[in-house]
Design a protein. Sequence first.
Length: 83
Amino acid sequence: MRSFLIHPFTAAIIFSLLIMGGLGAFIVVPIVCINWTWNTIVAPLTVLPHIHMWQACLLYTALACLTYLMGWVQIEFKTETVD
């Protein structure tokens, strides 16, 4: 079995890249998709104006809250007591 020694600074960089990749996958990419879809499909077909990135962020937050309130996604925290 081989073991690898990683410098703490290198480990911190790898960890931060993983965190940023997760944020990009679950936050930035859907917001960009909402913004692009709205500005290329919805705005030209209706009288609604184009939206900016912050407005797409608010729309994404509203959709996330709506899916939680409708019961499609449930968040639960369970704890067990140790006797």
